[in-house]
Design a binder for this molecule. Sequence first.
Ligand SMILES: C[S@@+](CC[C@H](N)C(=O)[O-])C[C@H]1O[C@@H](n2cnc3c(N)ncnc32)[C@H](O)[C@@H]1O
Length: 393
Amino acid sequence: MQYWLTGIKNEIIFCNMAVELDDIDIRLLTALQADADRTNVELARIAGLSPAATLHRVRWLKESGVIRIISASLDPAAAGFPLQLYVAATLARQDPRSTRVFEEQVKALPQIIAADNVAGEMDYLLTVVARDVTDLQEVLAKLAARGGQRLVTHLKLAEVKPPSRLPLAVTSRAAGPPARQRRRAAARLGAPGVGRHDEGVDEPYLTGTHRWWHLSEPSPELLAAGAALTAGKPGVAVDLGCGLGTEIGYLAGRGWRGVGVDLSLAALARARALTGAAFACADVTSLPLRAGSADLLLDRGCFHYLAPAERPSYAREAGRVLRPGGRLLLRMCLNSAGVPNGLDDETIRVTFAAWHLAALDRMDLVSDTRTMPAITAILVRPESVIAADSRSA
Ligand SMILES: C[S@@+](CC[C@H](N)C(=O)[O-])C[C@H]1O[C@@H](n2cnc3c(N)ncnc32)[C@H](O)[C@@H]1O
């Protein structure tokens, strides 16, 4: 594990691991598993939250992958499938090609409504529904033709216990920002404020609003800054508010050890799929990184999201994780939702009072869909940043 990351191992592999759930999550999940058709108002009553907070919770449970999908559970017999069977299938050969051919057939047959690869006497356990015996024979023949050497069918006679709720329990996570802090911060992304990009309260990476700022290639200002940022030698780079990870992915592809930090689980899930960097779900005002561990910080469009009271914490965290002499390439947008947000050069000078300002330019940030007025600054972290904390408040 990289020594320079603290406490974010679990966050980086977030999509593969259990998610922290508190008692309100459990109440919501239990209620939704029993009947997913409940209204938000009903759920709010069960959870003891406001309707808006309940919407946020449920949305977070979906983004985090705990809720895979909300769907209707049908009665097969009532829907015209009187035959329900389990088929234990054993393959003639176990090599990757044979396995792939068989699994593709399983996926292609609509009568197979569930299939698992299992350890033990058989290779697969399939759940099959059929309208009649001919329908069933057709399924078995196709499986046999695709490598299913031994197909043992077990006719379902009666349901003893229907597919039931998971026995959920409150869990806690050893590392990473607490669920409450993550949610509060995530809710802030959609709330009115300096950095708001849209008029809705939805997560921009789910609604598509991120197209406003997303650039699917490394930004011209990152390319232009080049050696001025890096002294020509790759080290550790951290992208603050990395979004879909374009810039940190670019650096990772050039030999940097990169980590992208963002509050949006939806963005991080997509970033992880696309780039070679590591990713952490964290607030930029509380970074899960060791002091002095980064050689370079990037920020394209995150700083201006922060409320004025949060800016000193941002500068403190940036100064803590960046090594002395390390650089921060800051791109601060001057509009939010197309309207001037009141930020200017002075915001940067005051926030980073103790830092050395190596460059400051007004320019238009380019995204895939538009240009946005912004200030680009290259800030050099001094030996000591203690003065910055006290002065920038
Ligand atoms: C304008 S977008 C820019 C994203 C990315 N840097 C890019 O260039 O596409 C701002 C990003 O900052 C993230 N963000 C906002 N406030 C944050 C905070 N306090 N901590 C971490 N990320 C934050 C948002 O989720 C969003 O992905």
